[in-house]
Design a binder for this molecule. Structure first.
Ligand code: BGC
Length: 756
């Protein structure tokens, strides 16, 4: 969203079973509620063509609605459009008072008084922030994730918002892409479950309640496969990846009744998503029966010109509308050209009606026609923002999101009575960076820093910064400048480390180094931090490395030398408290990586569920699928995460029982403390009409075990898990041999097999 101005608070501030896994809501009306359908039809019949097009137009917040009206320029134009009823939605307007003032114009000044729907990127919290989405995903805890989305919805709804542009359900296998922080990682199965949990959390059981908001599955489709991890770049993927990897989370979102879908900036096999009729009209709305509405991405309609797909803005409007893109975010394409295009017969009015029906239906479902101001209660806003219950929920989420990557000689947990604890690293004293990226509404300086967290838990320590991570101002719209030179404070940190028993080093990325437009080609520790780590190591090897980052990092040196490594992502508002609790054993880490950590950035895209190739092995030979200067193995595999206790897996069994495969395994806590484990089930269809990945996650269960306790974990694989999409886009389940694997991560598994 390069040209967007975010205005702050107050200111607009061979089919065996023939089972398909698609949604099939095709025969439904737009709403399940007949009364709503009738109301929509009645309203539609009263609307002029221009008013209809207006509903399909979304503007960014452009002035402070509680102040004087804009008198010139673009703002004046938008203001007039608003009063004419030519704006169906706004984004980035928030605050109960502000939203009320804007809504009042639409409701009281426009001819038909149709309320607007107010959208915002409520990604991992609103004011009270949970861990970044990738971090939350490491919890594999669907209930906690749902709760986190509920908290976000409650706060956003209290600030007048009724629609979030989340969850991002793009699968991505490339750590270079900055937006991996916003999704659920590399796996389709896990990503689908997490997407659904988020949608349920945002939308709740009753969309018309004043603490629930409409969700938006984005970005349809393929955005996570930008070539070389460079944001907005070309996407060129084959049918198998499209159907088996990219589409399923969207299909799951539809099954969860997601109200809106956002298309994407990228071209997909040559056609921009926004102008892609096959994607939006044929597949999404046609075959899959999606009844909600499609919003374009920011300016994506206009960007079809730069893509070389539309000659001018008018043609862009024509292509997007005909392709089924229902609402235009900030391209001005629809509002300027759509009415003319209909009059010229280039766009059917029936398609306009279809789009408007979808939009109005969601507005009815949100209850906006009953009370357009239901989300605009300033007292509720005051009561709910930063509510203690919300802090408790995001702390719980943060505790569950931490991943223990290494713990040689059980360095962790640390002993509270230890005398000489050194804390080093600028991020330890940072109250903004741990909030992460994509936090449109939150306030800087509101995270509990690591130092504060330690104090809150009565831990005595001595701190030395060592080096800054960034230089100058940081912000959502400001490129982060990394400190690549200033090592002036190294000496103090090294001296402190020398005289300490243990050194906690808090290193990593700045929160704004990931997110939109933040692709990286070097995914090591930014700036001088790697050097700082190595210098400190020379004087004290008893180091606990606390990582903060918005994407997988490649840290082979740290893995080879540092005894304990804790992945904390960017944990949000309660960061420091969650980290202190984990370092000192009040929290036993249970997170598992939702994305592979490479050894070397050049391995990207790297992911566990790859194909075998024709030459998977070759030892010391030459002609096999490998690098001559780096192993094929990741640094940490998908699903990986240690605990302060240990788990033993035994007695894996799998048998075909009618239409299903029943799998069981015993897991025992063989350590000294209670802990949570995520048992993961993978399958491998060994020979199929289309080659299948060497492993695919098809089930998981998270549970807690006391020391010495065991649990029989049981899974059932149905046709849904055993089948796949062939290259005709048909879902098939094929007979043959399957490996069944269960274990603690994607590499460390027990294996058996069944024949279907
Ligand atoms: C992003 C979307 C986001 C939109 C609105 C775009 O730049 O790609 O994900 O929802 O802006 O802020």
């Amino acid at each position: 969203m390069n040209f967007k101005s975010l205005i702050n608070v107050g200111l607009i501030a061979t089919t065996l079973l023939g089972v398909g896994c698609t949604s099939s809501a095709n025969n439904r009306g737009y709403s399940k509620d007949a009364e709503i359908n009738t109301k929509v039809e009645m309203l539609l019949s009263k609307m002029t063509l221009e008013e209809k097009v207006g509903q399909m137009n979304q503007y960014n917040g452009f002035y402070d609605a509680t102040g004087p009206a804009p008198s010139d320029g673009d703002a004046k134009n938008k203001y007039e459009h608003l009063r004419n009823g030519w704006v169906g939605s706004m984004l980035n307007v928030r605050g109960a008072k502000e939203v009320r003032a804007m809504q009042k114009m639409a409701v009281e000044e426009s001819r038909l008084g149709i309320p607007m729907i107010f959208g915002l990127d409520v990604i991992h919290g609103h004011k009270t922030l949970a861990p970044i989405s990738l971090g939350e995903s490491a919890s594999w805890d669907l209930e906690a994730i749902k709760k986190s989305a509920q908290v976000a919805a409650t706060e956003a709804a209290a600030e007048g918002i009724n629609w979030t542009f989340a969850p991002m359900v793009d699968i991505s296998r490339d750590a270079r892409w900055g937006r991996v922080m916003e999704g659920a990682g590399e796996d389709t199965y896990l990503g689908s479950k997490i997407g659904v949990a988020r949608i349920q959390g945002f939308q709740g059981d009753d969309l018309s309640a004043n603490n629930t908001i409409a969700a938006c599955a984005k970005h349809f489709a393929g955005y996570g496969f930008a070539e070389a991890g460079r944001d907005y770049n070309t996407v060129d993927v084959g049918t198998s990846t499209l159907y088996n990897v990219i589409f399923p989370p969207f299909q799951a979102a539809l099954d969860a009744d997601v109200k809106t879908v956002m298309n994407s900036f990228n071209i997909l096999n040559g056609v921009p998503a926004t102008g892609n009729k096959w994607l939006q009209r044929d597949l999404l709305k046609g075959k899959w029966g999606f009844n909600g509405f499609v919003i374009s991405d920011w300016g994506s309609c206009m960007e079809m010109m730069a893509h070389g797909f539309a000659a001018d803005l008018k043609e862009a409007a024509e292509l997007a509308a005909n392709a089924g893109s229902d609402m235009d975010m900030e391209s001005y394409a629809y509002v300027k050209h759509l009415s003319t295009l209909v009059k010229e017969g280039k766009v059917n009015e029936a398609d306009i009606d279809d789009a408007v029906r979808r939009i109005l239906t969601v507005k009815y479902e949100l209850g906006l026609f009953d009370d357009p101001y239901k989300y605009c209660d300033e007292q509720r806003e005051q009561e709910l923002i930063y509510h203690e219950d919300h802090k408790a929920a995001v702390l719980d989420m943060a505790l569950k999101s931490v991943v223990l990557l290494k713990n040689d000689k059980q360095v962790l947990p640390l002993d509270k009575s230890q005398k000489k604890i050194a804390v080093i690293g600028a991020l330890a004293n940072d109250k903004t960076s741990p909030l992460g990226s994509w936090r449109v509404a939150s306030d800087d300086n509101t995270a509990v820093s690591v130092l504060e967290g330690l104090k809150n838990h009565n831990i005595k320590y001595t701190y030395a910064k060592g080096a800054d991570v960034s230089v100058g101002d940081v912000g959502f719209q400001i490129p982060v400048t990394i400190n690549n030179t200033d090592k002036s404070e190294f000496a103090e940190a090294i001296a402190l480390a020398r005289k300490s028993e243990v050194v906690v080093m808090v290193l990593g990325e700045h929160g704004y180094q990931s997110g939109e437009g933040r692709s990286r080609t070097n995914i090591g520790l930014p700036g001088v931090q790697q050097e700082l780590l190595e210098e400190v190591y020379k004087v004290n090897q008893n180091i606990v490395l606390v990582l903060m980052n918005g994407r997988p990092l490649a840290l082979p040196w740290a893995d080879a030398h540092i005894p304990a490594i804790l992945e904390t992502w960017q944990l949000g508002t309660e960061s420091g408290n969650a980290i202190a609790k984990t370092l000192f054993g009040d929290n036993n880490p249970s997170g598992k990586l939702p994305m592979t950590f490479p050894r070397n950035v050049a391995q990207c895209p790297i992911y566990y569920n790859h194909y075998n190739t024709g030459r998977p092995t070759g030892g010391n030979g030459v002609f096999w699928s490998h690098y001559i200067d780096e192993s094929n193995d990741p640094l940490y595999p998908f699903g990986f995460g240690l605990s302060y206790t240990s788990f033993e897996y035994s007695n894996l069994k799998a048998k075909v029982d009618g239409d299903v495969v029943k799998v069981s395994i015993t897991v025992k806590n063989t350590g000294k403390v209670a802990g949570q484990e995520v048992a993961q089930l993978y399958i491998h269809d060994k020979a199929a009409s289309v080659a299948r990945p060497i492993k695919e996650l098809k089930g998981f269960e998270k549970f807690e075990l006391a020391p010495n306790d065991s649990k029989l974990v049981e899974f059932e694989l149905t046709s849904k898990e055993l089948g796949f999409y062939n290259n005709e886009g048909e879902f098939v389940v094929e007979a043959g041999d399957f490996d069944i694997m269960v274990g603690t991560d994607s590499q460390n598994v027990s294996i058996t097999s069944v024949t279907l």
